[in-house]
Design a protein around this ligand. Structure first.
Ligand code: DOR
Ligand code: ZN
Length: 345
């Protein structure tokens, strides 16, 4: 039985770092293990221009502890007014690695997102031309679509028509949560990739709702039924190049999670690698963890695999904090519901 596993240093292809005091609190949790991360632009106000992204990148680097090496991969937040020339310049200078598309109203801080997809045609043409990926929050926001169906309906009514209009556009369908998402990415050729979060590999909707409501398991897209979780585990552990890790680690203070209308987001940066090792070991696929966490993402984004390594060792259950000190309050760390035996050394 494998007791130790060394892989290339992993990256996180979907991460929320926030800003200010919260960023200072959560950044080391990611930088401790991950070499790079695609940093989500849904700040308030959002990161919409190249200048915004440059300033945000400087704030992240200023907050990085001196003994840690970490490269933030910046993104722009797509609005109906996004300027193709600004996107082109920010991409060609190496500042940004993707543009994020939020359907307006889909999730936290998405009010400035896109309602009329025809208005972003010129930006998408530019992105397709220069090979800049679009990261997509794949849920429709139409009130009459059931929340558990919103990803599947998005694929049929928005994403697939959009990809047919822009066949050369590189797309990352982020945090896929359904068999439909897995199938769409798997069958979509080499212009589409899919990220999968740590928590969607571990929880299904029962974990949120059975025996009381568990606000720390609530995120968007919301976890679906068990058959979908199994499809995600199958995809992540398959080694297939289209699937890679994007934790969607999204800190909110306990006060904002534990209330009558709690906000969406699971904070998993702290224990993601230990959680993933358990999931991959249970699937008999420890040898494919490196593909999922360290190799497939850089390949999709056209970046080199890390030349550093990370070693996981199996032993007694790992101690990790239940909460970290966030901005003005605590942030609860994802509880997988089982002991974690793999520690990062
Ligand atoms: O659960 C989520 N939280 N899903 C998202 O798409 C956004 C994120 C956040 O920013 O908190
Ligand atoms: Zn996210």
């Amino acid at each position: 039985m494998t007791q130790s596993l060394t892989i290339r240093r992993p990256d996180d292809w979907h991460l929320h770092l926030r800003d200010g005091a919260m960023m200072e609190a959560v950044l080391p949790e990611t930088a401790r293990h991950f070499g790079r991360a695609i940093v989500m632009p849904n700040l308030v106000p959002p990161v919409v221009t190249g200048a915004d992204a440059a300033a945000y990148r400087d704030r992240i680097m200023a907050a990085l502890p001196a003994d840690m090496r970490f490269e933030p991969l910046m993104t722009l937040y797509m609005t109906e007014d996004t300027d193709p020339a600004d996107v082109r310049a920010a991409a060609q200078s190496g500042l940004i690695r993707a543009v994020k598309l939020y359907p307006a109203g889909a999730t936290t801080n998405s009010a400035s997102g896109v309602t009329d997809f025809d208005k972003i045609t010129a930006v998408l043409d530019t992105m397709a031309e220069i090979g800049l990926p679009m990261c997509v929050h794949g849920e429709v926001t139409t009130p009459d679509v059931d929340i558990f169906d919103r990803e599947a309906v998005f694929i049929d009514t928005v994403l697939d028509p959009l990809r047919r209009r822009h066949p050369h556009l590189r797309v990352v369908m982020e945090h896929i949560t359904t068999q439909d998402g897995v199938d769409y990415v798997r069958d979509g050729g080499d212009t589409i990739g899919g990220t999968i979060t740590t928590h969607h590999l571990i929880i299904n909707r029962n974990h949120i709702l059975v025996g009381g409501i568990r606000p720390h398991y609530y995120c968007l897209p919301v976890a679906k039924r068990e058959t979908h979780r199994l499809a995600l585990v199958d995809a992540a552990t398959s080694g297939e190049a289209s699937f890679f890790l994007g934790t969607d680690s999204a800190p909110h203070t306990d006060a904002l999670k534990e209330q009558a209308c709690g906000c969406a987001g699971v904070f998993s940066a702290t224990n993601t690698m230990s959680c993933l090792a358990e999931v991959f070991e249970a699937a008999g696929a420890l040898d494919r963890l490196e593909a999922f966490a360290s190799r497939n993402g850089p390949a999709f984004y056209g970046l080199p695999v890390s030349d550093e390594t990370l070693t996981l060792t199996k032993g007694d259950p790992v101690d990790y904090p239940a909460k970290i000190e966030g901005a003005a309050d605590l942030v609860t760390v994802f509880d997988p519901g089982f002991p974690l035996h793999w520690s990062v050394s």
